[in-house]
Design a protein around this ligand. Structure first.
Ligand code: PEP
Length: 248
């Protein structure tokens, strides 16, 4: 199955106005073609990022999205607001938010639903911790996390992007091997097939210490459709090199 690959930068809580301008300029100058490219930036930088990227092939998005439409939710940002800023994507359920903000599977699913309801594609992150992997629980954990989203999105489940991000590989420099990642992606694809008629064209990204030197091997796996890139998305040269690997 030929799926156009997608590479998404997750800037996390990094950046400054001058640093962002230089990074986006580096990406735009390189004009990565042959794959889809997006950057998910901190909320305060969305407006300026949108102004810089509008008219280019590079999309932008957020790193979270409230499950609520509007109201007394101090600090939250709604899908309506993200849509207003032209966001194509919103990452939901990143392991840092699941761990540090106690986000449950159902809350992540509700966030995905809120995003999709406003035309913002949720990038739903799933992944096991090292302890869970060592206890042989990887399959059960990722299936449980994805299942909550599938049930909540119901007939719209096919509209999301899924990102498999083993927690032990995020920011550690220790990537899953292409075979380890593919094994989980195949499980997720099978789960999606049972729920969405066009699961074969859905994108399942891999995230966790993707770098220019391991990207091609990961992206060559049959069920890996691109990457969610943390650290390496902060250097234009590295991010562009990863995009080029995805375009091969
Ligand atoms: C991430 O935070 O989504 C991520 C994949 O980070 P890194 O690439 O730095 O491991």
């Amino acid at each position: 199955m030929n799926r156009r690959r997608l590479v998404v930068g997750n800037w996390k809580m990094h950046g400054s106005r001058p640093a962002n301008a230089a990074l986006l300029d580096g990406i735009l100058q390189a004009r990565p073609v042959g794959c889809e490219v997006a950057v998910c930036v901190p909320f305060p930088y969305l407006s300026e990022t949108a102004a810089t990227l509008v008219g280019s092939d590079v999309r932008w998005g957020a790193q979270d999205c409230s499950a609520h439409e509007q109201g007394a939710y101090t600090g939250e940002v709604s899908a309506v607001m993200l849509a207003e800023l032209g966001c194509r994507y919103a990452i939901v359920g990143h392991s840092e938010r699941r761990a540090m903000h106690a986000e449950s599977d159902q809350l992540v699913a509700d966030k995905a639903k809120a995003a999709l309801g406003r035309g913002v594609t949720p990038i739903v992150c799933v992944g096991e911790t090292l302890a869970q992997r060592e206890a042989g629980q990887t399959e059960a954990v990722v299936k449980r996390q994805l299942s909550a989203v599938i049930h909540t999105l119901a007939h719209c489940a096919g509209e999301m992007v899924v990102a498999y991000e083993p927690v032990w590989a995020i920011g550690t420099g220790l990537s899953a091997s292409p075979e380890q990642a593919q094994a989980v992606h195949a499980l997720l694809r099978a789960q999606l097939r049972a729920a969405a008629p066009h699961a074969d064209v859905m994108k399942i990204l891999y995230g966790g210490s993707v770098k220019p030197d391991n990207a091609l091997a990961l992206f060559s796996q049959p069920d890996i459709d691109g990457g969610l890139i943390g650290g390496a998305s902060l250097k234009a040269a590295d991010f562009v090199a990863i995009c080029r690997a995805a375009a091969q």
